[in-house]
Design a protein around this ligand. Structure first.
Ligand code: NAP
Length: 391
């Protein structure tokens, strides 16, 4: 099949994946199925935990009258199809049973339980290719890795992707000298912060922030109404959370973990399936997390306000000279009314799955051609053939 058709299918699958929810513990995945002539047959995306995976959604979208066109079809997926039975049956088996001859996926699944779909499909005679090795557009492959990076990183490491948030004055302060901090940033920045809250699984603060600000830690719309998804609210520290604290009364769950061990906190959140976590604490907590290298992404809201005194966003990180400065990689900037948002990620050495890793590969002549694909397209026969496809 022509590579431009596969590239277009991957681009579309990525657009679909972006419809998926950020929160909820599951990856954002899109799938496009092409018939033997390269025409779009169906598409789908994963709408969150407990709902059909992207491949199953795409298969279900094929009208009954067109199901014969699945024989010899090519599925282009942003994430390797799963091979396990969770809330839903394995996608690898569903694709095979439907008669799909080739599966191209952009990102390998690191999940210890769900991974292995590609090997399973290959063992069942389905041509199964990593998109980079198949010679698809490297920019699209990079986009897929970027999209899934927080999720794949969280799964691989066994701890959530941690986003640190600060709202500071131009001179880097998070509160005035008397401890008051409401409001440094304007309504647009605060509304944006609520959108971010609605896309995380948990919000973490220290007891210091609860006692100083009494935040509700809920995700709310501009009209003040709670967003449909509410993150778990987590307070850490030994001091008591007052009975009247607003954090106790919002919708959904809240937790008080009486510890200073941030590794243990993240392990507990991971155990609960919480993969995207927002750290909204004050300087004590953020500094502790930064010192331990636990922060993956920073959201810095900066207001054109000067305070001159008051606590800085981050305390001592043990850096004594400019050569040792912790330098971050700017991902994007955004103007929000009078304020600015800078999103940055930790500049660490590249690892497998890091969007900056070079994945360019030599392209085969036609990535979807194999004995199995040809046979399937020509004969439209057994759903369980035994021929080994290209790995
Ligand atoms: N502008 C902003 O973005 C922003 C955001 C949040 C807060 N603030 C401001 O920051 C101030 C509060 O600062 P803060 O630093 O006290 O708040 P914090 O970091 O949220 O809370 C600090 C408390 O967290 C507990 N804790 C848990 N694990 C810890 C660890 N590993 N290291 C250190 N402490 C740990 C400790 O409480 P125990 O003593 O109970 O163990 C500690 O006193 C307020 O003025 C608030 O308005 C500003």
């Amino acid at each position: 099949m022509e590579r431009r058709l596969l590239d277009a299918a991957l681009a579309r699958a990525l657009d679909l994946a972006e419809h998926g929810p950020l929160a909820g513990g599951n990856p954002r995945v899109g799938c496009v199925i092409l018939d033997t002539a390269g025409g779009p047959l169906a598409e789908g995306w994963h709408r969150g935990a407990g709902t059909a995976h992207a491949e199953a959604a795409a298969l279900a979208a094929v009208p009954a009258a067109s199901r014969h066109r699945l024989t010899g079809a090519v599925a282009v997926v942003t994430l390797e199809p799963c091979r396990h039975t969770g809330h839903t049956p394995p996608c690898a088996a569903a694709l095979d049973e439907a008669g799909v001859a080739a599966v191209i996926y952009a990102v390998a699944d690191p999940h210890p339980v769900a991974a292995g779909g590609a090997a399973w499909l290959a063992a069942h005679g389905v041509t199964t290719l990593d998109a980079a090795r198949a010679g698809l557009d490297p920019a699209l492959v990079d986009r897929a890795h970027e999209l899934l990076h927080p999720w794949t990183t969280a799964v691989r490491r066994g701890r959530p992707w941690l986003i640190g948030k600060t709202a500071t004055s131009l001179d880097g302060r998070v509160a005035a000298a008397d401890g008051t901090s409401r409001w440094i940033t304007g309504p647009d920045a605060r509304a944006h912060a609520h959108v971010v809250r609605a896309g995380v699984d948990a919000i973490v603060v220290g007891t210091g922030t609860v006692l100083a600000d009494d935040p509700a830690l809920t995700a709310r719309g501009p009209d003040g109404r709670p967003a449909p998804h509410q993150p778990v609210r987590v307070v850490i520290g030994h001091r008591d959370v007052p009975d009247t604290a607003r954090v106790r009364s919002g919708p959904g769950e809240w937790l008080h973990l009486r510890t200073h061990d941030l590794g243990a906190v993240l392990a507990e959140l991971d155990r609960r399936g919480l993969r995207r976590v927002l750290l909204e604490g004050g300087p004590a907590l953020l500094s502790a997390a930064l010192r331990r290298g636990l922060v993956d992404e920073l959201h810095a809201y900066v207001a054109p306000v000067l305070l001159g005194a008051g606590p800085g966003a981050v305390g001592d990180l043990g850096i004594t000279t400019i050569a040792d400065a912790a330098r971050w990689r700017t991902r994007r900037t955004e103007q929000l009314g009078p304020d600015l948002l800078l999103v940055a990620t930790a500049a660490r050495p590249t690892t497998p799955g890091d969007p900056t890793t070079n994945r360019r590969a030599t392209a085969p002549a036609d990535p979807t051609t194999s004995r199995r694909a040809t046979a399937r397209a020509r004969t439209a026969t057994s759903p369980h053939p035994t021929t080994q496809g290209a790995a």
